[in-house]
Design a protein around this ligand. Structure first.
Ligand SMILES: [Ca+2]
Length: 125
């Protein structure tokens, strides 16, 4: 029984660290929504640059000023960035995402797209 319990705890910790995304207490009066996916850059230059300020500039404010969370996946297979084994320069809700080619041990960055979690009222449909 103890062993079974410890397996369950390990499994729960694994799920928590890899999949469960804490978004804090949500106010039913002010629900949160994920934005569309954004992909403004390709990794062919110095890397894949998906910074929030650049995205906001180019899509004219469809993203809130202070996103609560960011999710990043590859554009081709929708693989979560954290599962690619690549090294990231920036991976932050209010800054955005940057993968620099020079930080990779082999190959160049994959092409990523990003989505932000914002109050629904600040996410245009
Ligand atoms: Ca990209």
């Amino acid at each position: 029984m103890i062993k079974l319990l410890s397996v369950a705890i390990v499994a729960a910790l694994f799920l928590e660290s890899h999949q469960w995304i804490p978004i804090g207490p949500t106010d039913p009066e002010d629900p949160v929504c994920w934005t569309d996916w954004f992909d403004r850059d390709n990794p062919s230059g110095s890397g894949d640059w998906e910074l929030l300020k650049d995205l906001k500039k180019e899509i004219h404010g469809n993203i809130c000023e202070y996103p609560l969370h960011i999710k990043v996946v590859t554009t081709d297979t929708m693989t979560p960035a954290i599962s690619t084994g690549q090294t990231f320069y920036t991976f932050h809700p209010t800054q955005g995402f940057v993968c620099r080619n020079k930080d990779q041990s082999k190959d160049m960055c994959r092409d990523y797209k990003v989505s932000f979690l914002c109050p629904c009222r600040l996410v245009e449909p």
